[in-house]
Design a binder for this molecule. Structure first.
Ligand SMILES: Cc1ncc(COP(=O)(O)O)c(C=O)c1O
Length: 364
């Protein structure tokens, strides 16, 4: 299989150099980060922690695990904390060591890269454009039955399509996977942006079952991708094995302290969910009103847009906007999307309006 380029959004420094822009003036729609920015307490926590850098951080981020467990209503032994959710994707791939893993197409590219890094084969489960890249659960189940697949990655909601899989459907997949001896990873990195995340999450299932890991990220919701915090929830035996398979100090001191503190910011958490819902609906409606754009109905804080009916390819539109200081995600490095798709993050009203104005003038 041809190697995919491991492109991601959010590479602001490279864009500043390539397009001769001032870093701080770039409006970044290419990475899906909470547009409210980090809670204000973060700066204070980091400043207070500076004198502690002479000490090692707590191994396995134990205090943060206690805080997170309390926040989620589980026990600290039910979760493992990583240097971003991405570390857990690589760690679980190393520990499960699949021979044949199934990955959706299009989806987040690191599942495929992680499986290949441990010598596993990746099989793609293609989502149909004619069905708006929605997952057909019966087709997926048929694919898993009597197969050689030993690991499955799902992303809920899916990045970049925004497709949300119903809990009942996921339970069906888990039941079949149990019979077929398939280990399932469900990446819920964006689920906390939803106001009704409890209707979708598999956290309680992950503790009970021995073939499921639920992945979560703190970097997107709390706008701290530079600090890196993610975690996985699974059965205790596997948590122990995962902890034994990683570096003891994988989560740095600042990340541990900030992570523990921001979980107390109930107001910020509530405001984020409300603001993202409001701006997501606004941006979707505005994009729908632009000529020849087909935005996909968003669920979290990003919107996939089909631009096939414009005279632009995804990279031409990316270039054009970048010259105006606006970064979007050119989706051509995702499987199946070719030159026809871009993805934009949902940002604040001012930035969203600026994007709409620029798109209007380019597409007219
Ligand atoms: C679906 C998905 N999972 C995981 C990650 C990685 O998150 P983190 O920054 O916590 O490593 C990303 C980042 O873009 C993502 O899109």
């Amino acid at each position: 299989m041809a190697k995919r380029k491991r492109e991601h959004g959010g590479n602001i420094k490279a864009a500043a150099e390539e397009y001769d822009l001032i870093y701080d003036e770039i409006i970044d729609f290419s990475a899906n980060i909470n547009f409210l920015g980090p809670p204000s307490i973060v700066k204070e926590v980091i400043e207070d922690s500076i004198t502690k850098i002479v000490d090692y951080p707590e191994p396995d981020a134990k205090s943060l695990a206690v805080k997170l467990a309390g926040h989620l209503g589980i026990e600290p032994d039910d979760l493992i904390i990583g240097n971003g959710a991405v570390e857990i994707i690589y760690l679980i791939s190393k520990v499960i060591n699949p021979r044949q893993a199934l990955v959706l197409a299009p989806t987040f590219s690191e599942y495929e890269a992680a499986i290949e890094s441990v010598g596993g084969e990746v099989e793609l489960f293609q989502l149909a454009r004619s069905n708006n890249f929605k997952l057909d659960i019966n087709q997926l189940i048929a694919k898993l039955q009597n197969s050689d697949i030993d690991m499955l990655f799902l992303c809920n909601p899916n990045n970049p399509t925004g497709d949300l899989i119903k809990r009942n459907d996921l339970i069906k997949v888990l039941e079949v996977s149990k019979q077929e001896d398939i280990f399932v990873v469900v990446d819920e990195a964006f689920l906390d942006f939803l106001t009704n995340e409890a209707d979708y999450t598999l956290i309680s299932e992950a503790i009970e079952r021995n073939n499921l890991l639920v992945l979560r990220s703190m970097t997107k919701f709390f706008a701290i991708p530079g600090l890196r915090i993610g975690y996985g929830i699974t059965n205790r035996k596997l948590v122990t094995k995962l902890n034994e398979s990683k570096d003891p100090w994988n989560v740095n001191l600042f990340a541990q302290r900030v992570g523990s503190r921001v979980l107390e910011e109930q107001d910020y958490i509530r405001k984020t969910k409300e603001a993202v819902k409001q701006e997501k609906d606004f941006l979707y409606k505005e994009l729908k009103g632009l000529p020849n754009l087909k935005p996909y109905l968003p669920t979290a804080n990003y919107i996939l847009i089909d631009i096939v009916d414009t005279k632009y390819t995804s990279w031409k539109l990316h270039n054009q906007l970048a010259q105006e200081g606006i970064l979007i995600r050119d989706c051509s490095t995702y499987h199946l999307l070719g030159a026809d798709f871009i993805r934009v993050a949902v940002k604040n009203r001012e930035d969203n309006l600026r994007l709409i104005e620029e798109l209007k003038s380019i597409l007219d």
